[in-house]
Design a protein around this ligand. Structure first.
Ligand SMILES: *Cc1c(COP(=O)(O)O)cnc(C)c1O
Length: 421
C-alpha cells in the first residue's frame, strides 16, 4: 500500500490533504498513516503464516502511544529497550506476555518492573547481565524467562552506526561463549531458558546477512539440543530495510521464504522485532520554507524543521525524499540544500535537491515514520513537533506541539550564586 499520493497536485496521506493539515496543526509536523502500518503488519504475519511466529514491534522506531495502540489492536507483541518503553506499551494496552526486553544496559529497577508485570522474555546481552537478572529474580522469588542475544559476527553491510552484529560491536554475547552461559542458565533456579536472539543491524537491503546469521544461530541451537537444552523460540531481531531513495530492499515474502527454507523442520516459534519496516514508510514530516537564500552561487531553502526534529540526515548522512506538498507548475525548479535553523552545519534535511518551490511553500520529507520523532530533542530550545495519525479521511492529533512552558517545567533558577569580580 502506498499511503502517499498526489491528487489535483496536492500530496495526500491516505485521504487527508497535507496542506490543510499543516494549516490546522502548524509546522513542523509528523503525520503517520494507520492504514500503511496496518498493511505492513498484515504483510509480515501473512508471510510467516505457515510457521508459529510473533511480531514484536521495536518500540524505539516510533513510540507514540497511538501508534503502539494501533499495533496492540492488530495483535502485535513488542520489543522494548527501556523501562520507559515498557510503561508506554502498558499504557497503550499491550499485554506483558507479548513483550521481549532487549538492550545492553538494563538496570535493577528496570528488571524488577519487568519481572513484576511479567514480560515474556529478557534478551540478555552479557554474562554480567545474566548474573544480575538471576540475583534480582531470586530476591523477588520469581523465575526470569531468558534468551541470550548472541552476536553472530556477520557483516550486515549497512551504515556502521546501525550495524550491530559484528564482533567489535557492543551488542550481544559472542556466539562462541553462548553455550556455557546457556548451561549456567539452565541449571539456575531463578532463570528459565526460553530462546535465543540475534539482531545484526538496521536498514538491511540484502538477504544474505540475515541468512548467515540464522545459520550460525541454528548451529548453536543444535549444539544446545545435544546438551539437552530445548528452546521455545528463535528471535531473529529486526533490521529489514525500507526505501528512502533508490534502495531495493527484499520483500517480506522473500525474507520469509529465505528464513523458512533455512529453518527446515524446526518448530520453534519465530520471533521478529521489526521497527523501521513497519512504520518508516508510513510517515511524512512536513516543514515550511521560511527563507530562500543564496551564498556564493549555492541555493538554500531555510525551513522550519531541523536536525532536532529529524536527526537522521545529520547523524548518519541519511537520504530522505523531499517534495513540495503542492505542485506549482509556474515555480522554477532550483537545485537547493534544504536546511534548518539550528546552529550546526550538519543541520540539513537534504542536499542538492531539484525543487520547484519558494518561500512560504510546504515541503514533505518522506519515509519519516521511523527514528524521526523518537530521536527529536530540544536542541536550540526548540519545541518538539506535533504528531498526527490519519486513517482514511480522518486525522487525529496524537501528540500536541510542545510549548516553551513544557520545556521549562523541569528547570529552576539557583539561588543567587557568589560570582567573582
Ligand atoms: C533497533 C532494534 C530493532 C529494530 O530495528 P529496525 O531496523 O528498526 O527493524 C530490533 N531489535 C533490536 C534489539 C534493536 O535494537
Amino acid at each position: 500500500m502506498n499511503a502517499l499520493s498526489r491528487r489535483n497536485g496536492e500530496l495526500h496521506l491516505e485521504e487527508v490533504g497535507l496542506s490543510a493539515l499543516a494549516e490546522r496543526h502548524g509546522t513542523p509536523l509528523y503525520v503517520y498513516s494507520a492504514g500503511a502500518i496496518e498493511a505492513r503488519y498484515r504483510d509480515f504475519t501473512e508471510a510467516f503464516s505457515g510457521h508459529p511466529h510473533r511480531v514484536c514491534y521495536a518500540v524505539k522506531a516510533n513510540s507514540n502511544l497511538a501508534v503502539l495502540q494501533l499495533l496492540v489492536q492488530l495483535g502485535a507483541g513488542f520489543d522494548i529497550v527501556s523501562g520507559g518503553e515498557l510503561e508506554r506499551v502498558l499504557r497503550a494496552g499491550g499485554d506483558p506476555a507479548g513483550i521481549v526486553f532487549s538492550g545492553v544496559g538494563k538496570t535493577v529497577t528496570e528488571m524488577e518492573r519487568a519481572l513484576e508485570v511479567g514480560v515474556a522474555c529478557f534478551n540478555v546481552e552479557s554474562e554480567a547481565e545474566l548474573m544480575r537478572l538471576e540475583a534480582v529474580a531470586d530476591r523477588l522469588g520469581v523465575v526470569a524467562p531468558v534468551s541470550l542475544r548472541v552476536n553472530p559476527d556477520v557483516d550486515a553491510a549497512t551504515h556502521p552506526y546501525i550495524s550491530t552484529g559484528l564482533k567489535e560491536n557492543k551488542f550481544g554475547i559472542a556466539i562462541g561463549a553462548a553455550a556455557a552461559l546457556y548451561r549456567y542458565a539452565a541449571d539456575a533456579d531463578a532463570l528459565l531458558v526460553k530462546g535465543v536472539d540475534c539482531h545484526i543491524g538496521s536498514q538491511l537491503t540484502r538477504l544474505e546477512p540475515f541468512v548467515d546469521a540464522l545459520d550460525r544461530v541454528l548451529a548453536l541451537v543444535a549444539a544446545l539440543n545435544r546438551d539437552g537444552i530445548e528452546l521455545d523460540h528463535i528471535d531473529l531481531g529486526g533490521g529489514l530495510g525500507v526505501r528512502y531513495h533508490d534502495e531495493t530492499p527484499p520483500t517480506v515474502a522473500d525474507y520469509a521464504e529465505a528464513i523458512l527454507a533455512r529453518l527446515g523442520t524446526r518448530r520453534e516459534t519465530l520471533l521478529f522485532e521489526p521497527g523501521r519496516w513497519l512504520v518508516g514508510e508510513a510517515g511524512v514530516f512536513l516543514t515550511r520554507i521560511e527563507y530562500v537564500k543564496e551564498n556564493e552561487g549555492r541555493h538554500f531553502f531555510v525551513v522550519d524543521g531541523a536536525m532536532n526534529d529529524l536527526l537522521r540526515p545529520a547523524l548518519y548522512g541519511s537520504f530522505h525524499g523531499i517534495e513540495p506538498v503542492m505542485n506549482s507548475p509556474e515555480t522554477p525548479t532550483t537545485e537547493v540544500d534544504v536546511v534548518g535553523p539550528v546552529c550546526e552545519s550538519s543541520d540539513f534535511l537534504g542536499k542538492n535537491r531539484m525543487l520547484a518551490a519558494t518561500a512560504g511553500d510546504l515541503l514533505a520529507v518522506t519515509t519519516a515514520g521511523a527514528y524521526g520523532f523518537g530521536m527529536a530533542s530540544n536542541y536550540n530550545s526548540r519545541n518538539r513537533a506535533a504528531e498526527v495519525l490519519v486513517r482514511g479521511e480522518h486525522d487525529y492529533l496524537v501528540r500536541r506541539r510542545e510549548t516553551l512552558a513544557d520545556q521549562l517545567a523541569l528547570e529552576q533558577l539557583a539561588p543567587p550564586l557568589p560570582v567573582s569580580g
